[in-house]
Design a protein around this ligand. Structure first.
Ligand code: ADP
Ligand code: ZN
Ligand code: ZN
Length: 784
C-alpha cells in the first residue's frame, strides 16, 4: 500500500438500511465486475465515481480496480459483500464513451473486463499512482541572462557553451535535452549560471521534456490532386466516417495523414495515430513534429514505465495534441479525441496474439464510432477484410495510384529457378543482376525471411536431424555462435560435433538462412560492403535504428534482411530488390497464406526505386505458373485482392464467415483435447437455443424426454453455426505443451457471439478450465 496515494481511507462501519454498491473490474478471470459496499462513512466528495479507480480487498490482497457501475442493488447476500478499502480517483479516469468502449471490447472479445482494464491502464496507474505526472524542471536564460554575453568570462568555457546552447532555444529545455545536446557535464555550469541569476528555472510537462529536441524546419509539399481529394474527403465527414486510404508505397499517404491531423488540431482537438511496432522510428516522430510544429506524444514497447505514464497523462490532460503509438496506445483516454488514423492497416502486429487478443484496427474503428469522429485506415496492400468493407460501402475508398515526387514504381518480374544452379538461395541469373546494379553504384536488397545459417542440421550418414525436445520443430543452426536454436521456444544448445545416433561428423545443412546468405555475399562480392538486418543483429536497443539509418544513407552496397526490412523504410539508393524464397506462402495451410505472401512481396518491392533511379524487383520461384502469383506480378495488388476475395467467397471463408478460435494446451497430451471436446458438446447443445426460437431453455438436458421429441434442425438452419474440431494445432507440441483448437464459424456475427456467450459462464466453471491453458480468439488471424 505504500506506493498507492490514497485519497480517502475508508472508515469501517456500515449502515445496512441504505447500502450502495460499486461494481469493480479487478484483474483476474472474472466474467463480471465484483461487488463491494460503499461505506456510508464517506462524505459527498469522497465517493467513488464510475470510471475511477478504487482499492478493494480480494482474498488476502488489496487490488486496484476500476468502478464500472454504482448501484443500490446487488445480487449477492449482503453479509458476503466486503466494503471497499479506499477511493483513489475523485474524477473519472475514463469518460463515459471510453467506458462504453472498454465494455464493448470485453463483450466482443469475450475477455474478462478486469483484463481489458489492465491492458488499458499503464503499469503505474494499475499500481494506484496519481493520474497526472508532475512536471519536470526546465531552464532558460533570464532577462539579464540574455544580455550577459559580455560578462561571461573566458576561463569558464563550459558556462559559455551552455549559455550559447540556451540562447539558441526558443523554449525552456529539460535535463533530457541537455544530456543529448550538451557535450559533457551540464549540471555544474548550469548551477553557476543560476547563481548569477542568468538562468531561471520553470516546470514543463514531462512529455515535452522527453521529446524536447532542436527546433525543426517545416517541410512543405504542395499536395497532388489525389492527395488533396483524400484530405478533403476526410475533413468533409461530419461525425463518424471510415476511410480506406489505399495508396501504393511512396504515394504520399503519410503526407495526407499529416494534413488531416493539422486541420484537426488547429481546431483544438486531438489525434490518435497507430502504426506497426516496426514503423515507429525516431525518424517518423521527427517527421511528425517537424510538419506539425508541435510535440508529439509517443507510446511503444520500448518505453519505461515513467515515460509511458508521462505520454498517457499528457494525452489525457490535453498537454499534447497528437499521440503516435503502437497497438496498445489504442486505449489511451483523450481529453478531446477528434481523429483516428491507422497506418499499414493490414499489418499483423495490430492483432494482439496472446492474453487479451484484440485487433487494434477493428477496435479503433469502433472507438471512432463511439466518439463520432473520422477514422482513416491506410495501406498499400489492404487486407481482404478491409477491402470487403470498402466494396460493401461501409468504408469510403480513397486511392493514390502513383508515387509522389519523382520516383517511379519498380517493375516486378518472376525468375524461374527450376533446374537452375542455386547457391545459398541465389540463382546465377540473380547473381548477374546483383553485379550489374552494384556496377552502377546502386544498392541491392536481398530479402530472405529466415534467420540463422540453416533451418535444418542433418547427419549425412544416417539422416538424424536436430529437433527441439520441447517442440515439434527442427532446431535452426546458427553458425556465428555455433549453436542450435529453437525459434519457437527459444531453447539453445551447442551444436553437436558428432551425430548422436551414428557418431559421424559429416553434417549437412538443409535450407538457407540469412547468415548463410551473408557468407555467400562475402565470398562472391568481397569488395562490396554489406549490412545484415534480422532479429539476431538487432537484439540490443538502438541497433535496429543504427542499422536502418546506415542503410538509408546508402552506407552498404548490399542489404540482407528478413521482414524487419520490409516495412516503411526509405532506402533511396536501392534499385534492386530480390526475394529469394517466397514459395512457402503459396502453399500455406492457412487460408490467409497467399494474402500475407502478396502483401510481403509488395511491401518489400516498395523498397526499390524510391530515389532518382528506376527500381527493379526480382522474385525467385519454383512456381512461376501459380495463378495468384501471376496475377500479383502482372496486374498488381488490387487485381490480386479481387481474385483472393472471390476465392474466399467461393470457399465460404472470412470475410464471408465470422470465426472464433478456442485454443487449449496442457503438458498432458490429452487434456486440451478433452476440454475442447466438452466445449463442443455444450456448444452443440446451445445451438438449439439460438436457432430454434421455440426451444425450451429450462429443460435443457440431453437425457430429458423432451429433447428426444424436439424437432431436428434443418440443414440450412444448422449450417448457420458450425463448430469444427477439436483438432491438433499445426504444431502439436510447443514448449512442452500439447495444443489443440476448436473453430466456431457463423454467417451472422451477432449470432456467433451469442452462441459462445451461451456456454461462457459454464466454461469458466469447468473443472478442466483450471488445468489447461485456454483462450478465446475472436476473428483469429493466425491458426498457429
Ligand atoms: P507513403 O506514406 O505512402 O509511403 P510518404 O508520405 O512517405 O508516402 O511519401 C513518399 C515520399 O514522397 C516522401 O519522401 C515524401 O516527402 C514525398 N512526397 C509526398 N507527397 C508529396 C508531394 N505532394 N510532392 C512532393 N513530394 C511528396
Ligand atoms: Zn548420423
Ligand atoms: Zn522449441
Amino acid at each position: 500500500m505504500t506506493l498507492i496515494e490514497v485519497r480517502y481511507i475508508v472508515k469501517r462501519g456500515l449502515n445496512k438500511t441504505q447500502m450502495r454498491f460499486v461494481k469493480v473490474a479487478v484483474p483476474g478471470p472474472f466474467l463480471a465486475p465484483l461487488d463491494y459496499v460503499i461505506p456510508d462513512t464517506l462524505e459527498t466528495g469522497e465517493l467513488p465515481v464510475v470510471g475511477g479507480r478504487v482499492c478493494v480487498p480480494f482474498r488476502r490482497k488489496v487490488l486496484v480496480g476500476l468502478v464500472m457501475d454504482i448501484s443500490d442493488h446487488s445480487d449477492l447476500a449482503v453479509e458476503k459483500i466486503k466494503p471497499l478499502e479506499a477511493v483513489i480517483d475523485a474524477d473519472a479516469v475514463f469518460s463515459d464513451k471510453d467506458m462504453q468502449f472498454l465494455r464493448w471490447a470485453s463483450h466482443y472479445y469475450h475477455e474478462p473486463i478486469g483484463q481489458v482494464v489492465q491492458t488499458a491502464l499503464p503499469k503505474r496507474l494499475r499500481g494506484g499512482e496519481p493520474l497526472k505526472v508532475k512536471g519536470v524542471a526546465a531552464w532558460q536564460l533570464s532577462a539579464s541572462g540574455l544580455l550577459a554575453e559580455k560578462q561571461l568570462v573566458a576561463n569558464a568555457p563550459q558556462q559559455r557553451k551552455l549559455w550559447a546552447l540556451l540562447q539558441a532555444q526558443t523554449a525552456p529545455v529539460g535535463a533530457h535535452f541537455l544530456k543529448q545536446f550538451f557535450p559533457g557535464n551540464w549540471r555544474l555550469p548550469l548551477k553557476r549560471l543560476q547563481e548569477k541569476n542568468w538562468v531561471s528555472e520553470t516546470e514543463m510537462p514531462c512529455v515535452t521534456a522527453f521529446s524536447a529536441r532542436e527546433k525543426l524546419p517545416r517541410p512543405g509539399h504542395i499536395l497532388h490532386p489525389p492527395q488533396q481529394a483524400a484530405v478533403d474527403a476526410v475533413l468533409a465527414s461530419r461525425g463518424f466516417g471510415a476511410f480506406l486510404l489505399e495508396g501504393v508505397t511512396g504515394s504520399g499517404k503519410t503526407e495526407v495523414y499529416l494534413e488531416i491531423i493539422q486541420a484537426v488540431i488547429a481546431k483544438g482537438r486531438q489525434a490518435l495515430v497507430l502504426v506497426p511496432e516496426i514503423g515507429l522510428t525516431p525518424q517518423t516522430v521527427r517527421r511528425f513534429e517537424a510538419f506539425l510544429q508541435t510535440p508529439v506524444a509517443v507510446m511503444h514497447s520500448g518505453l519505461n514505465d515513467k515515460e509511458r505514464h508521462c505520454a498517457w497523462s499528457a494525452v489525457k490532460h490535453h498537454e499534447v495534441s497528437v499521440l503516435l503509438g503502437t497497438r496498445s496506445a489504442l486505449f489511451t483516454p483523450f481529453a478531446d479525441l477528434g481523429l483516428c488514423i491507422l497506418d499499414e492497416e493490414h499489418d499483423l502486429s495490430f492483432k494482439q496474439q496472446e492474453g487479451f487478443r484484440y485487433s487494434a484496427r477493428d477496435c479503433l474503428v469502433r472507438r471512432a464510432h463511439l466518439h463520432q469522429v473520422p477514422v482513416v485506415l491506410g495501406s498499400a496492400t489492404p487486407s481482404i477484410e478491409t477491402l470487403h468493407n470498402a466494396l460493401a460501402g461501409r468504408y469510403q475508398h480513397l486511392r493514390l495510384l502513383e508515387r509522389a515526387g519523382t520516383a517511379q514504381m519498380p517493375t516486378i518480374q518472376l525468375l524461374d529457378v527450376r533446374g537452375q544452379r542455386v547457391q545459398a538461395g541465389v540463382s546465377e541469373a540473380l547473381q548477374q543482376k546483383i553485379s550489374a546494379h552494384l556496377a552502377q553504384g546502386n544498392q541491392v536488397l536481398l530479402f530472405l525471411n529466415r534467420r540463422g545459417y540453416a533451418p535444418v542440421l542433418m547427419c549425412h550418414q544416417c539422416g538424424w536431424q536436430a529437433v527441439c525436445s520441447s517442440c515439434d520443430a527442427n532446431m535452426t543452426y546458427h553458425q556465428q555462435i555455433n549453436a542450435l536454436r529453437c525459434h519457437h521456444c527459444g531453447a539453445q544448445q551447442a551444436a553437436p560435433r558428432r551425430c548422436p545416433d551414428c557418431g559421424s561428423a559429416d553434417f549437412e545443412h538443409l535450407g538457407v538462412g540469412t547468415e548463410q546468405l551473408q557468407r555467400w555475399v562475402q565470398t562472391h562480392f568481397p569488395q562490396a560492403s554489406f549490412l545484415r538486418i534480422d532479429r539476431d543483429t538487432t537484439r540490443l536497443k538502438g541497433q535496429m535504428q543504427a542499422l536502418t539509418e546506415q542503410a538509408s544513407h546508402g552506407e552498404a552496397d548490399i542489404l540482407i534482411g528478413t521482414q524487419m526490412l520490409a516495412k516503411g523504410h526509405h532506402f533511396p539508393k536501392v534499385t534492386l530488390v530480390a526475394m529469394l524464397d517466397i514459395d512457402q506462402g503459396l502453399f500455406s495451410c492457412d487460408f490467409r497464406g497467399a494474402e500475407r505472401m502478396a502483401q510481403l512481396v509488395i511491401q518489400v518491392a516498395g523498397r526499390s526505386g524510391r530515389g532518382l533511379s528506376a527500381g527493379e524487383v526480382v522474385i525467385q520461384t519454383h512456381h512461376p505458373e501459380h495463378l495468384l502469383l501471376k496475377v500479383l506480378v502482372e496486374s498488381g495488388y488490387p487485381a490480386f485482392a479481387q481474385h483472393a476475395l472471390a476465392e474466399r467467397q467461393q470457399a465460404d471463408l472470412p470475410p464471408f464467415q465470422y470465426q472464433i478460435l478456442l485454443r487449449a494446451e496442457a503438458l498432458d497430451g490429452q487434456l486440451g483435447w478433452l476440454f475442447l471436446n466438452e466445449i463442443k458438446q455444450a456448444l452443440n447443445f446451445a445451438k438449439m437455443a439460438i436457432l430454434l426460437p421455440e426451444f425450451d431453455n429450462e429443460n435443457r438436458s440431453l437425457t430429458s424426454e423432451s429433447s428426444a421429441e424436439r424437432r431436428a434442425l434443418s440443414v440450412t438452419e444448422s449450417s448457420r453455426l458450425a463448430v469444427l474440431g477439436p483438432v491438433s494445432a499445426p504444431m502439436l507440441k510447443r514448449q512442452g505443451r500439447f495444443r489443440y483448437q476448436l473453430l466456431l464459424q457463423g454467417r451472422k456475427r451477432s449470432e456467433l457471439h451469442q452462441w459462445l456467450a451461451e456456454v461462457e459462464g459454464w466454461l469458466y466453471q469447468h473443472p478442466l478450465a483450471k488445468k489447461v491453458r485456454w483462450s478465446i480468439d475472436v476473428d483469429p488471424q493466425e491458426m498457429t
